[in-house]
Design a binder for this molecule. Structure first.
Ligand code: CA
Length: 227
């Protein structure tokens, strides 16, 4: 399902947007404040496009945009600006937005903009080339990994381990299973090689390798992607 976040404090405009995007086949995550929007993006990591109103009661749309971009370079961002706010457009694009729509806008215009950005944002899991789990982006075509938009150099084995984890989020994998999945069933090596590679991988991908939060240990069993 193609998911769009709609951040707009005015209820009538928000429901106008939501009705029209639902009609166009989108699933909606809605927020009234910037704080709420950032929180919901943490929960819905599969949101591909965000519509951000500029004028909001708490932190404004630009600040929301800036904070999203600090950790996510993949999501498409469209700013919603009022006609009188010409400068807003410039500022919005500077803070990392991809596009802007000026109020009042027609449903057709809005849908067309979202469609275009949706195509450009590539679609994460859906296009089969990428697995996106912020802050990580795994490209399965050229076998690369990015964290917060920065390339992390991996060996082929490390890449295979990352892919296995990202394809099995939250699932405890035994060391035997990992050995089978990464090295192959006919590899009769020692289980220790799993630990050695994961230790090295943690140094590359974790914020703090001594206190890992992405690749976590399942004591007496194996490892898990996420907590
Ligand atoms: Ca507003």
């Amino acid at each position: 399902m193609k998911k769009v976040l709609v951040l707009e404090d005015e209820a009538s405009i928000r429901s106008f947007i939501i009705i029209n995007l639902r009609r166009a086949g989108y699933e909606i995550v809605e927020a009234e404040t910037g704080e709420e929007a950032l929180e919901k993006l943490q929960q819905h990591t599969d949101v591909r496009v965000a519509l951000l109103d500029v004028m909001l009661p708490g932190i404004d749309g630009f600040e929301v945009c800036r904070r999203i971009r600090a950790s996510n370079s993949r999501i498409g961002i469209i700013m919603l600006t009022a006609r009188s706010q010409e400068m807003d457009k410039v500022t919005g694009l500077m803070t990392g937005a991809d596009d802007y729509v000026t109020k009042p806008f027609s449903p057709a215009e809005l849908t067309a903009r979202v469609d275009a950005l949706m195509r450009r944002s590539g679609g994460g899991e859906e296009n089969g080339d990428q697995i996106q789990q912020p802050p990580f982006l795994l490209n399965t075509r050229n076998r690369t990994l990015e964290k917060n938009g920065e390339r992390i150099k991996l060996t082929q084995v490390e890449y295979s381990i990352m892919r296995m984890f990202m394809e099995n989020p939250g699932k405890a994998l035994s060391r035997e299973e990992i050995l089978d999945l990464v090295w192959g069933r006919d590899y009769f090596g020692e289980l220790k090689i799993v630990d050695v590679n994961i230790r090295r991988l943690r140094l590359k991908i974790e914020d703090n390798a001594t206190n890992p939060t992405y690749i976590t240990t399942v004591w007496g069993y194996g490892y898990k992607w996420g907590v």
